[in-house]
Design a binder for this molecule. Structure first.
Ligand code: COA
Length: 384
């Protein structure tokens, strides 16, 4: 396997982007990425595009062809990748494998979702849950994560305030990210007094419904060296799957797929949780950030809440988490999220995270998750 580098990044702002059709979002991210890398369109050999459900949101299938065509890349190999909200992470892994295998030298790994396009977002998203055993009975994603939150509270004593502290922190980070959907600081009172979505989760415990696209360019490390621009190396890639339905799992207070993916990524990278300087995790709901941090081995089960309240996971703390604002504040256009997480880590490691820079960060981790934990990817990146 060849060592692979991320040599360019590009993304749109996240938010309710009514004036930007799906194809324009992807084209904008690609143009931004190629400019950043200093690479021309005719050098690109292949594109992997994470998208959860453009068929339901936008009525558009055959996605990879139409998107690459409008991005000026017609003729290249292009494939859409689906793993629910982990589609972006899975697309990144597919692109990494293509370059690592020696099959191609310049490969785009991207993601896109346009969720504000008419179709009901709650319905579209629910197709990533178990239709027969969960959705048929009326459960939505806020409902599934509310059950995980209640189990975590019961087992570990986690409180409503513990969940709110995650939202306050991530909005504080997102206020420093010009591409965030909600770049505004909020208080504990805002979170605790917001309308209830699914007990115990309120409006500010939820990631929003978002539009956006993100793309990175991958190449072998030798090519990156020749280009002479800043790059980061992919040190570890882990991907795992699990039962979709919560009732098929033995412990609702955990999300085992994250641990499985992390173990693979740590083993490949030859590092452990203590070596990581900056982290992006899949905080689709506040409880998800706490559980994912525990599954990734940063804290013992039940201990991530205390660390959050102590400031450990905030900018300036020992382990800054979701410096981009996370899904909560930056937004969550589901197919694009996994790539946007990678971009935040790349910007942190190359010293380009203006206004929210983690000084001296050398190794970063990005964890992306599908549904309520039916799939997950973990990637570990390093700057030399
Ligand atoms: N965080 C903060 N503010 C939010 C928000 C969020 N998640 N979602 C909406 N808002 C704001 C809107 O900007 C709007 O503000 P305004 O009145 O000042 O303009 C207001 O809240 C109402 O917005 P609206 O779009 O009507 O909210 P909604 O009730 O339709 O949707 C949720 C709110 C929480 C139900 C929706 O964001 C949601 O479903 N989130 C979860 C998405 C999800 O499941 N993703 C997959 C994860 S696995």
């Amino acid at each position: 396997m060849r060592e692979v580098a991320v040599i360019g990044t590009g993304m749109t702002k996240f938010g309710e982007l009514w004036d930007s059709p799906l194809r324009d979002l992807y084209a904008e991210a690609v143009a931004d990425c190629l400019k950043d890398a200093g690479v021309k369109r005719d050098q690109i050999q292949s594109a992997w595009i994470g998208c959860m459900t453009s068929g339901l949101f936008n009525g558009q299938e055959h996605l990879a062809s139409i998107l690459t065509d409008y991005a000026g890349l017609s003729g290249i190999a292009a494939t859409r990748v689906e793993s629910a909200c982990a589609s972006g992470g899975a697309a990144f892994r597919a692109g990494w494998l293509e370059v690592a295998s020696g099959a191609s030298d310049f490969v785009l790994a991207g993601g896109v979702e346009k969720m504000n396009d008419g179709a009901d977002a709650t319905y579209c998203l629910s197709t990533a849950a178990d239709q027969e055993y969960e959705v048929y009975h009326g459960v939505t994603f806020p409902g599934l994560y509310a059950m995980i939150a209640k189990a975590h509270m019961h087992k570990h004593g986690t409180t409503r305030e513990d969940l709110a502290a995650v939202a306050v922190k991530n909005h504080k980070h997102g206020a420093r990210n010009p591409r965030a959907q909600f770049p505004t600081e909020i208080t504990m009172d805002t979170v605790l007094n917001a309308v209830t979505v699914s007990t115990p989760l309120g409006l500010f415990d939820c990631s929003p419904v978002s539009d956006g696209a993100a793309t990175v360019l991958l190449a072998p490390v030798e090519v990156a060296e020749d280009l002479g621009r800043p790059y980061v190396t992919v040190k570890g890639s882990g991907h795992a799957t699990d039962s979709i339905a919560l009732h098929d799992r033995s412990d609702l207070a955990s999300i085992p797929v994250v641990k499985k993916a992390a173990e693979k990524a740590y083993a490949m990278a030859g590092v452990g949780p203590k070596d990581i300087d900056v982290v992006e995790v899949h905080d689709c709901f506040t409880i998800a950030e706490l559980v994912c941090l525990e599954e990734l081995g940063f804290f013992e089960p039940g201990q991530a809440a205390a660390a959050t309240k102590a400031g450990t996971t905030a900018l300036g703390g020992d382990l800054p988490v979701n410096t981009s604002g996370g899904l909560k504040s930056k937004g969550h256009p589901v197919g694009a999220t996994g790539i946007a997480q990678i971009i935040e880590i790349v910007e942190q490691l190359t010293g380009r995270a203006e206004g929210r820079q983690v000084e001296g960060a050398k190794i970063g981790l990005a964890q992306n998750m599908g549904g309520s934990g039916g799939s997950s990817t973990v990637h570990i990146l390093e700057v030399s």
